[in-house]
Write a protein that binds this ligand. Sequence first.
Ligand code: ADP
Ligand code: MG
Length: 348
Amino acid sequence: MLEDKNQNRTSLAKLGEFGLIEHITKYFNVKNDTTIKAIGDDAAVLDASEKQTVITTDLLIEGVHFDLSYMPLKHLGYKAIMVNLSDVYAMNAIAEQVTVSIAISNRFPLEAVEELYAGIQLACETYNIDLIGGDTTSSTKGMLISVTAIGKAKKDDIVYRNTAKPTDLIVVSGDLGAAYLGLQVLEREKQVFNVDPNNQPDLDNYTYLIERQLKPEARKDVTTILADLEVKPTAMIDISDGLSSELFHICTQSKVGCKIYENKLPLDPQVISTCEEFELDSTMVALSGGEDYELLFTVPIADFDKIKGNPNFSIIGHITEENQGLQLITRAEQEIELKAQGWNSFKE
Ligand code: ADP
Ligand code: MG
């Protein structure tokens, strides 16, 4: 739908692979000292420095991870970078480079690829990232994007998932559930549009939700805020599959349990009002909605005073012994066992 709206269409075949690579990469400038050679040779060259290197990769497939009928290509490019940076920041590291590989069919004109790269470039500018390479190939039908992000951190600063301890406080940045609801709103509008293309969607009540779905921001700032507070998390993970699923990862790997409190879950007012409208339980949405890209981390209880009252963070519970399991304490003070209901890529 969206790519068809474009009036100017330059066929990719006309440019050829090398012309395309040259065209999409020429506006990227190197920003980090550790990038010795970026695009242009057989491989990029990085200066290893005295720090440790953090590497993460994600593969996004049209029709599985994104729908171009409501995802503008510029946002897709931006988001493809964000989901990878989020993983680097979740290690308490600083991201510095990315590689971007794409497969595209001839259904896309050059202008579509330009839009995608405009989003990638905006993300790289905003987050101080160098694009150092990638690969470009054709696909028979859909679009596929694979991004690898590289970061670095001092050995002692890196935070893993398997090091949470009983009595640690459980903290999340930002708020939860909005990106999932944004997707629900966009899916609903797509259905309405399919029935009546003249129906103009009114999205005023959902601006925050849609922004969280289409233009997520990775929490680069959390690393800095915690360093300024002189707090080192004991364990950390980014929230891509939903809070319960991420708590499961931390607890299983750290061999601990947890207790979280329903009334402490951070929810935006638009999440609350839209849950009412869609007849969804906001706690379920916060626990199982995906794609928030906030950070979930644990800190020693001694750091309570440093974290409490900080507007970036919510203390939602604490770590317990492994035999206590994963518990949600409801507003009615009932204990419910948490289930990991994160997004399963292999859903039927
Ligand atoms: P090779 O044939 O050696 O794999 P390519 O012709 O594929 O090299 O790529 C040439 C240069 O352009 C390399 O530095 C590669 O990393 C970079 N590159 C190729 N495709 C992309 C892309 N989609 N985004 C960013 N850089 C790319
Ligand atoms: Mg290549």
